[in-house]
Design a protein around this ligand. Structure first.
Ligand code: DC
Length: 227
């Protein structure tokens, strides 16, 4: 049986950096579930699907195929042989992803894909509903939070580093809060802290400190590299 570490939290709480580092440390594959919601959204837009029409999105979602494989410590995704890269990291995708993620048929399909990834080995999976809906049985579940200001600042820094920053800090914060609101109030698998998940507020912690907090909280046998 594969072991799964589950990490949820709002945008910019540091889930990706923490998951990558913990995954590298333990030899668990990093799974970015948000990228699958972004791919679904990207495919909708490429095919002229109205993302505000849940029925159209639900029907289209059944036709999307994503190929997954492990590479360099993470699961990578391809659509028709092509890796989406930064095409799924644009402000337009940011805007349309939350409504697409409210559609139950989209969530069900992505949940199936994520559960199927245990065939590749031990995983560290980050998202919004991993601790509550996708892998609620995991003994290693975390809820990562940070202040809205800290999260917006991190997102903007990432965009500047990638050379795709075209929004002010205030715009980044507004878009992030708008997405949080949709993600936490939707009917199906909303973002919330699962009972039994360990909450970590990373506002005033360094990346190393958050990584250490996660490692310290894992079941003892996992830390020793035993199954
Ligand atoms: O983490 P992210 O910003 O890449 O996520 C993109 C969108 O997908 C965001 O609106 C939240 C949604 N999402 C979700 O509903 N469930 C997940 N497990 C992961 C992401």
């Amino acid at each position: 049986m594969s072991r799964v570490i589950a990490i949820d939290g709002p945008s910019g709480a540091g889930k990706s950096s923490v998951s990558r580092r913990v995954g590298q440390h333990l030899g668990f594959l990093h799974v970015d579930s948000g990228a699958l919601y972004r791919i679904m959204t990207w495919q909708c837009l490429q095919n002229g699907i109205d993302t505000s029409d849940p029925e159209a999105v639900a029907a289209f979602a059944q036709t999307v195929e994503v190929e997954c494989e492990p590479r360099d410590g993470a699961i990578i995704y391809r659509v028709q042989g092509q890796e989406p890269g930064d095409a799924i990291r644009t402000p337009e995708i940011n805007r349309h992803a939350s409504p697409v993620a409210t559609v139950k048929a989209v969530r069900d399909r992505i949940t199936d894909w994520l559960r199927g990834m245990t065939r590749f080995g031990d995983l560290i999976v980050e998202g919004r509903d991993i601790t509550t809906a996708v892998f609620p049985e995991s003994p290693a579940r975390f809820y990562l939070v940070a202040s809205a200001e800290a999260r917006a600042e991190r997102r903007r820094k990432e965009e500047v580093e990638k050379g795709i920053a075209n929004q002010s800090a205030e715009e980044v914060k507004r878009s992030l809060l708008a997405r949080d609101a949709i993600d936490s109030t939707r009917q199906h698998a909303p973002l919330r802290k699962a009972d039994g998940a360990l909450e970590i507020d990373s506002t005033y912690l360094t990346l190393d400190q958050v990584v250490q907090t996660v490692l310290d909280a894992l079941p003892a046998a996992w830390k020793e590299g035993n199954a």
